[in-house]
Write a protein that binds this ligand. Structure first.
Ligand SMILES: C[S@@+](CC[C@H](N)C(=O)[O-])C[C@H]1O[C@@H](n2cnc3c(N)ncnc32)[C@H](O)[C@@H]1O
Length: 190
């Protein structure tokens, strides 16, 4: 990332921290968002290995964990560059779960995992870095592991990055609001 993009990224991080501090993302906990989280969990159950290790990139406050029963997984690592969101997530003390502050642009997962989740996070990765970030992440996905990607509305400029993977499933989660929908895909390494 060049110095200008690094600066923009730093500013974005400050903005996320401020927004988490003033409750801007509380809406993610509303029932209208629930089906997105439930669909991700349905996909883990359907296509993940038994009691998988899970890595959630751009995990925010860990809202997904509110829906996730701890007997479903072996370990869960949530990563986000907003310290405010990670502090909130850690304060919930979810079992078998860790949360760390790290930037997707540079983060190298410590271990290989069975499930990687990009839940409303990939479009925030800078355009010039998307391929590199995805390759780095995929290198840490076990060979029989799955990548679950959720993207708000059409996700222009995002889905093409997943085209060379094996698509296992794909769905559109709709809501009562015409403009609030998510596309969610499940992929394996070819
Ligand atoms: C729309 S929120 C989604 C949060 C969570 N995945 C969920 O659905 O509940 C997007 C998250 O991506 C995080 N994010 C954005 N850019 C990031 C980056 N470069 N590295 C790590 N996290 C990032 C933000 O801090 C924010 O928590």
């Amino acid at each position: 990332m060049n110095i200008i993009n690094r600066f923009h990224n730093w500013r974005r991080k400050q903005r996320w921290n401020k927004q988490y501090k003033n409750g801007r993302w509380e809406n993610l906990k509303k029932p209208i968002e629930a089906e997105r989280y439930r669909t991700i969990i349905k996909f883990i159950k359907a296509f993940g290995t038994k009691t998988p290790t899970i890595l959630d990139l751009g995990c925010g406050e860990g809202v997904l964990n509110n829906y996730l029963e701890s007997q479903l997984f072996k370990s869960f690592l949530g990563v986000d560059f907003s310290k405010v969101s990670i502090d909130k997530a850690q304060s919930k003390h979810y079992p078998k779960t860790n949360f760390i502050v790290a930037d997707l642009h540079t983060f190298i997962p410590p271990n290989k995992v069975d499930v990687i989740i990009l839940n409303e996070a990939f479009y925030y990765v800078q355009e010039s870095e998307k391929r590199k970030v995805l390759d780095r992440i995929l290198a840490k996905l076990n060979n029989n592991g799955i990548l679950i990607v959720s993207i708000f509305r059409e996700g222009h400029g995002c889905w093409e990055y997943f085209e060379n993977l094996e698509k296992i499933d794909f769905t559109i989660v709709k809501t009562d609001e015409e403009m609030r929908y998510w596309k969610i895909g499940v992929f394996k390494k070819p």
